[in-house]
Design a protein around this ligand. Structure first.
Ligand SMILES: CC(C)(COP(=O)(O)OP(=O)(O)OC[C@H]1O[C@@H](n2cnc3c(N)ncnc32)[C@H](O)[C@@H]1OP(=O)(O)O)[C@@H](O)C(=O)NCCC(=O)NCCS
Length: 356
């Protein structure tokens, strides 16, 4: 073969390897896992700490109880490891088969090293790539889209996306405006390459930065490192101006759902499930109404677990797994600090009823 032959062969093989002319690679969710610590904080427990009551919390937010990881020496990594082990055990996944682990969290074990690196090591995943993602409560939907793009690139075939939060470590139990809201928990999904029209089909992700002063942990970062003063001022806890955040959450979650629906010709009839961030039952109601989706199609567990920040959506998937069928159309939506928000359209890839 002369130089012309060699040139043609080399370019042909490059062309064939180019994913754009091969069948399109999609990123399917092929397994889910979850973990919630056993200990519970009830509204009656909170009544002993601050001036509040069950009636106020139920009517304004819709939370009856939330879970708490009481062990002081265990961080968000512990919850993530338990959730991933649940996924591996129930779905028969070998930890060494994973190519990469993306961990969504706002309550990392440490500033560094990443919680993802700790989790992958404890799970026995080997020297895979790992990193943490922080995009406030929507961190999971951000991580899902990022993980899906790793798969779509054709370079990776299995990515574990974990969301984990020890929100009780960031909650001020002297502040009645925020302490009823948050709980601990973790959920995870496995993304795998497929050529079927299944998986993460579309995502709209947004942020605008105008929310900084309305929902923030004021100290502990490089802009305001920890001092005696920051501790005395209780600046290492969640600070939230609830009403402002509420208004933006309703508008932005509703608009991003409509955006993803219009882009993909989704209607209230062909959507099987809506999975909204579990921050407030009144926000969830507003989103369902705006989408025109009946309440039976909306995953809601806020009453039992409260707001587990980035973990709310994968915990819902984990709880509803047995009801999910191949081809189901899911719309997930979330909102949080920043402000940051978005919606993701997923076509479910397996029958959950077959999983133990
Ligand atoms: C936090 C939230 C539940 C508060 O509900 P709200 O209806 O906005 O309540 P407000 O903050 O306006 O407070 C109303 C009154 O209840 C009081 N109150 C606040 N917390 C209370 C509590 N736990 N128990 C009893 N009363 C309480 C307030 O002091 C205020 O009293 P006042 O009218 O005498 O001043 C709600 O604003 C919310 O869910 N915000 C959005 C949360 C969110 O989506 N976050 C983003 C993702 S994490």
């Amino acid at each position: 073969m002369g130089w012309l032959g060699a040139f043609l062969v080399s370019n042909l093989s490059r062309l064939l390897c180019n994913t754009s002319i091969m069948n399109k690679i999609n990123a399917a969710i092929t397994a889910v896992g979850g973990y919630l610590p056993e200990d519970v904080i009830t509204n009656a427990d909170l009544e002993k700490l601050v001036d509040t009551n069950d009636e106020w919390i139920m009517t304004r937010v819709g939370i009856k109880e939330r879970r708490v990881l009481r062990d002081k020496d265990k961080g968000a990594s512990y919850l993530a490891i338990r959730a991933a082990q649940d996924l591996f055990d129930r779905h028969g996944i070998d930890p060494t088969s994973i190519d990469g682990l993306i961990l969504a969290t706002n309550t990392a074990d440490y500033h560094f090293p990443s919680t993802a690196s700790i989790v992958a090591h404890e799970l026995g995943c080997g020297d895979i790539f790992t990193f943490d993602m922080q995009a406030a409560c929507p961190s999971f939907i951000y991580a899902l889209e990022v993980g899906a793009n790793f798969i779509r690139s054709g370079r990776y075939t299995k990515i574990l996306v974990v969301a984990t939060e020890k929100m009780t470590a960031a909650t001020d139990y002297q502040d009645r405006a925020t302490c009823p809201l948050f709980g601990d928990g973790a959920g995870c999904v496995l993304l795998e390459a497929t050529e079927e029209e299944l998986g993460v089909m579309d995502a709209v992700l947004h942020s605008n930065g105008i929310g900084k002063d309305h929902l923030i942990m004021k100290a502990g970062g490089s802009a305001c490192p920890a001092t005696h003063e920051t501790v005395d001022n209780r600046w290492h806890y969640v600070y939230q101006e609830g009403q402002v955040v509420f208004k933006h959450a309703v508008v932005d979650m509703c608009n991003s759902c409509v955006e993803v629906m219009e882009r993909n010709n989704l209607t209230h009839e062909n959507i099987t499930w809506v999975i909204p961030h579990q921050a407030n039952l009144r926000i969830i109601d507003a989103v369902a109404r705006r989408m025109g989706v009946p309440y039976e199609k909306v995953m809601v567990n806020i009453e039992r677990y409260g707001n587990t920040s980035s973990a709310t959506i994968p915990i819902c998937l984990w709880e509803w797994e047995h009801k999910l069928k191949k081809g189901d159309v899911l719309v997930m939506t979330s909102f949080g600090a920043g402000f940051t928000w978005g919606a993701v359209y997923v076509k479910w890839a397996y029958d959950g009823s077959t999983v133990r």
